[in-house]
Design a protein around this ligand. Structure first.
Ligand code: PMP
Length: 445
């Protein structure tokens, strides 16, 4: 298998040093918080299989939901026909998301959900048929933003490397600073950093607001950017400015949605209601690829109620509203409710924080950032200067050391990130942090 994997499978990001250091684990099965490779080795899934798993692997209830649906039908199209699971799920999503979000457009990856959000936002203004809005074609996003790997999603992303490589294919984004307090010079507190970023955004909107269709942001935490946690109140201010300057607010909840930060959706914590919201990852509890873009009646009406057929939203993927995915997503959400998962994530987050703070004992831990059950440990060469290790192998070695101790986690630049399965026990969370502690210590002795 190892040989064939090398020969035939093109893994994502394989050229990167951290991944080249070792062969990929060949995972065969999962149970609860653990994954097992083909040799029977057991690993704590500290990455929730790329931030998707909610209730643990091989959950009997989710298995049953899938079995029941597959006995009826695996897939039929949403183009010109409807199906039961996608209707029930859309109703459920409208009920559990912030108030005015009531229209659900299905897709199958977070990137597609973002792509759809951008297209909706742009076309919405065009469909209004007013010269006032004709120039609204640009998007604002935060520095270091990550919203996916498709062309539109990369365009609104803030990763320099991706922009350099794909430059001719991308549309222009308007960047605005992100309150990454740890790496901002001259700011004593996160409140000051936040106020500065909001001030910059306001200046930007004063100058360019009329050209801007939407602002896309990950609420509360920029996950793939290295768990950059935003100060409380930042998102609310962003919402205020979007409203004041007539810019659609797009909340990308692909990573932070479905309980990760201690509320079902992160924007709830600031009482923010976006115009468009993207969800994915945890929506099926890690069982099937599914994503959705939700929007308001008002935006929807600019498409549907328009008399001109050319104002249709021309977008639709083959597997849109897939029955298996929708059935398992619906059961996943019911189980989040039945098992009172949100309350338990909130409680576990406190315990998790206690364990995490111990990592400050290590001189190379510069910053610990956490919201709910997601955490980033910024590893530095020197705490005073905050300099990072030039050799990226160091971070790869930490991840590998953790793997040898039975934990799967991942690094994002100089940040060791933990995104445990939401149903992990306190004991498992403790073990995960202990392994991270031992691994950093072992590699940077
Ligand atoms: N948005 C955010 C915030 C993400 O974290 C990701 C994936 N890490 C995406 C979008 C893209 O999702 P996908 O990988 O399913 O395309």
């Amino acid at each position: 298998l190892e040989k064939w994997d090398k020969e035939y499978v093109w893994h994502p990001f394989t050229q990167m040093k951290a991944y080249r250091q070792s062969n990929p684990l060949i995972i065969e099965r999962g149970e609860g918080s653990y994954l097992y490779d083909v040799e029977g080795n057991k690993y704590l899934d500290g990455y929730a299989s790329l931030w998707v798993n909610v209730h643990g692997h091989n959950d009997p209830e989710l298995n049953t939901a899938l079995h029941i649906q597959v006995e009826k039908l695996a897939h039929s199209t949403l183009l010109g026909s409807a199906n039961v699971p996608s209707i029930l799920l859309a109703k459920k999503l409208a009920e559990i998301t912030p108030d005015s979000l009531s229209k659900v457009f299905y897709s199958d990856t977070g990137s597609a959900a973002v792509e759809i959000a951008l297209k909706i936002a742009y076309q919405y203004w065009q469909n209004l048929d007013s010269v006032k809005y004709k120039n609204k074609s640009k998007f604002i996003s935060l520095n270091e933003a990550y919203h996916g790997d498709t062309i539109g999603a990369v365009s609104v992303g803030g990763m320099d490397l991706f922009h350099r490589i794909f430059k001719p294919l991308l549309f222009e984004r308007i960047p605005t600073p992100s309150p990454y307090t740890y790496r901002m010079e001259g700011f004593e507190t996160e409140e000051q950093a936040s106020a500065y970023c909001i001030h910059q955004l306001e200046k930007l909107l004063q100058n360019k607001g009329e050209e801007v269709a939407g602002l896309i942001i990950e609420p509360l935490v920029q996950g793939a950017a290295g768990i950059i946690t935003h100060p409380p109140g930042f998102l609310k201010q962003v919402e205020r400015l979007c409203k004041a300057y007539g810019v659609l607010l797009i909340c990308d909840e692909v990573a932070v949605g479905f309980g990760r930060t201690g509320t079902l959706f992160a924007c709830e914590q600031e009482d923010v209601v976006p115009d468009i919201m993207c969800v994915g990852k945890g929506i099926t509890g890690g069982y099937m690829p599914l994503a959705a873009t939700l929007t308001t009646e008002q935006i929807f009406n600019a498409f549907l109620a328009h008399p001109d057929e050319n104002k249709t939203f021309f977008h639709g993927h083959t597997y849109t509203g897939n029955q298996l995915a929708c059935a398992v997503a619906l059961r996943n959400i019911e189980l989040i409710e039945e098992r009172e998962l949100i309350r338990s994530v909130k409680e576990k987050a406190k315990v998790f924080k206690r364990y995490l703070l111990k990592l400050y004992e290590l001189p190379n831990v510069g910053d610990i950032r956490q919201r709910g059950l997601m955490a980033g440990i910024e590893v530095v060469k020197d705490r005073q200067t905050k300099s990072v290790f030039e050799d990226k192998k160091v971070m790869g070695d930490i991840i590998l050391a953790a793997r040898q101790k039975g934990l799967i986690i991942r690094e994002l630049g100089p940040v060791v990130t933990m995104m445990p399965i939401l149903s992990m026990t306190d004991e498992e969370l403790k073990r995960m942090v202990e392994i991270v502690y031992e691994s950093i210590k072992e590699v940077i002795a």
